[in-house]
Write a protein that binds this ligand. Sequence first.
Ligand code: UTP
Ligand code: MN
Length: 501
Amino acid sequence: MVPLKRRKTVPSDTGSTGTDGGPTRFPQVVLFLLERKMGASRRAFLSKLGRQKGFQVEEVFSETVTHVISENNYGDEVRTWLHSQGGGPGRAAPVLLLDISWYTESMRAGRPVEILDAHKLQEQQTSETEVVLFLVSSYACQRRTTLDNQNSTVTDALSLLAENAELSEEDGRGVAFRRAAAVLKALPATVTDTSQLRGLPCLGEHSLRVIREILENGASSEVDSTKQSERFKALKVLTGIFGVGAKTADRWFREGIHDLHRLRASGQTLNRAQQAGLDHYDDLNQPVSRAEADAIGDIVRNAVVSVSAEARVALTGGFRRGKPAGHDVDFLVTHPEEGREVGLMPKVVSWLESQGFLLYQKITRNSYLESKDGPGRAASNMDRFERCFSIFKLPEGENRGAEEPETENASRTETARRWRAVRVDLVVSPISQFAFAQLGWTGSKLFERELRRWAGHEKAMSLSSHALYDNKQSRYLRAASEEEIFAHLGLEFVPPSERNA
Ligand code: UTP
Ligand code: MN
């Protein structure tokens, strides 16, 4: 700051635009003082002072200006202003953007002083630069996405629009919203201003519009109207039934079936899965806790070792990524000796059934054969492991560490239910494919999709939950661990807890 005393000694005709002062002594230096933050009167005062010292100080910015002087402005702000003046990168000679300190020192010296680092404009050290710098990778599988989401308001909104698109079978639009949400989930800080979105990948026009609306108004009109729409509400209720997909739900909706009551009254024929889904609707729409997942893990492990002592069970899906709750529990079963996994599934399921643990089960047969399926079909996300979709009857008190305290009020009548229904998926994999199965079933769904897209587009490889095929070498790449698969793909290893894209 120029001391107030000196300001007072200057004549008051500071608004003059003439070339007062002596002749220009430094023809190669043409100055322009930015009024932004400096203020009009201080700018006029400093301009006049410069001219008196023999500097050429322009009143209006033009092509001839070589030095732009500003006070309390960040580099980014001045560059934005310069751009708006048509003085951006396309200009013949670049303009020097300098801090007021260079100007005052030059005034004191009576000549343009050497430009030091201290004279350059500061760059903003806010989250903006952090955010933009942190995010260079456009594939979700190149990023680390923990459950610690700093932008949940925005990502919840985008996820809802993705869900709505998927319910309308507009999968392309759904993926676009999911990708945009995944980028924001990976940011290390909360986005508060749209300027922070610059340079981020995967943000299409539509997603940007929604994000901007939320940042500016706290809500998105499109999200709000979707949430309130009859169709969205009905399709959510109907697809909440195990065994009912978007197609069926849409057909029912068009037939006037908008809720469970009308579905029950309609006399629609339901398949076995849908009937079980309807019977256990409330239970299955209540999130499964980690304690319940662990309790089911104990039961499944008992079942598996009962039928084959060396067979192994691994928790997979969202719980392996560290999620505190899920819509189901996913398990992988394998045997350390290749081939000994064959026939395990029916035995495990029989054991569970004999113990009364199953309310519903359906085994689908393994049909994956490298010679037949790969490599042409290997990129498919539908895998062909022997798999069992089931609904478990989890006895109460089996959810380890989450028992209710025994109080008078909690004592049950004889008719009270002492169990709850939980969706469980069991998958049997031969040990040779186990790493691929583990990678493919850990999720998240978007992370998996991005892994396959990366493999195909960037590496000319086909990845599935069974194998990785190299199209250039025309051969399968073996792997005994997830780490090896990431290495084959030329990706840095991302642990399960950071695959929450
Ligand atoms: P889930 O649908 O169980 O999701 O699929 P999740 O991440 O565990 O989350 P919750 O259960 O909703 O809490 C788990 C993983 O299994 C893969 C999916 O791609 C996902 O990555 N999966 C699922 C398959 O590979 N094939 C299938 O047929 C189903
Ligand atoms: Mn799951």
